[in-house]
Design a protein around this ligand. Structure first.
Ligand SMILES: [Zn+2]
Length: 83
């Protein structure tokens, strides 16, 4: 199935589980530091490793990106509630 169908199914699954689905633009989330916001290709020296060249924050790359995606989703939800 394409992304549109997948997101539709996922939205229904989330709703029936009492959860909210928020689609987030992932651009830059894997190279941006979840601690200080520094965004650079050099933050990713390996596929799995994240090491911020600005503040020294180190984490698994997927965990660092997940924190950024969560933050982006919560910001979108807050913006939607404020509107
Ligand atoms: Zn940093």
């Amino acid at each position: 199935a394409g992304w549109g169908v997948f997101l539709t199914i996922l939205a229904h699954k989330a709703e029936s589980a009492g959860r909210t689905l928020i689609a987030v633009n992932p651009a830059g989330t894997s190279r941006t530091c979840a601690r200080c916001g520094h965004s650079a290709k050099d933050n990713r020296l390996t596929q799995a490793g994240f090491a911020c060249t600005a503040c020294g924050h180190a984490a698994h790359a997927d965990v660092n990106a997940a924190v950024n995606i969560l933050r982006a989703g919560l910001a979108l939800r807050q913006a939607a509630q404020a509107a």
